[in-house]
Design a protein around this ligand. Sequence first.
Ligand code: UDP
Ligand code: MG
Length: 152
Amino acid sequence: MPSERTLVLVKPDGVQRGLIGPIITRLEQTGLKIIGLKIVQITDEMAAEHYAEHSERPFYAGLVGFITSGPVVAMAVSGPNAVAHVRRLMGATNPQDAAPGTIRGDLATDIGRNVVHGSANVEDGERELPIFFDESEIISYHRANGPWIIEP
Ligand code: UDP
Ligand code: MG
């Protein structure tokens, strides 16, 4: 399985609600590796770049207002098929459709307050990561228990 990198955000609602830890724990417990981590106040310019694909959508203004309304926790996450793995853990965009056991299914109730972002595909991940991280802030490292998580 190819190792991939993806961008995960604990959105401002997750930070305000004290869900940084529970969301990180859910990612970490799977064996996904956190290779970058910071708290960030997103600017209007960063939001426009991050959500460029949605700029014509009716929810765009609300989305940008929300994502800039308070700090987010940004993470670079790696692992086998990390993009799809994170998306499965997050659950459907609308928490009303998100399965129990997923982050959105368990921790959110409104599509406009869905607590977490994860890149949609590998290309989006590699486009989004530089909005939040300098390459020098992303750390490649081995874990002593690596072979207990991923079969060599
Ligand atoms: N969103 C919204 N209303 C909609 C669709 C999306 O408020 O009708 C918000 C929602 O917070 C979502 C974000 O816009 O997480 C980006 O939408 P996307 O379709 O990329 O969903 P995601 O990739 O976050 O699951
Ligand atoms: Mg998306």
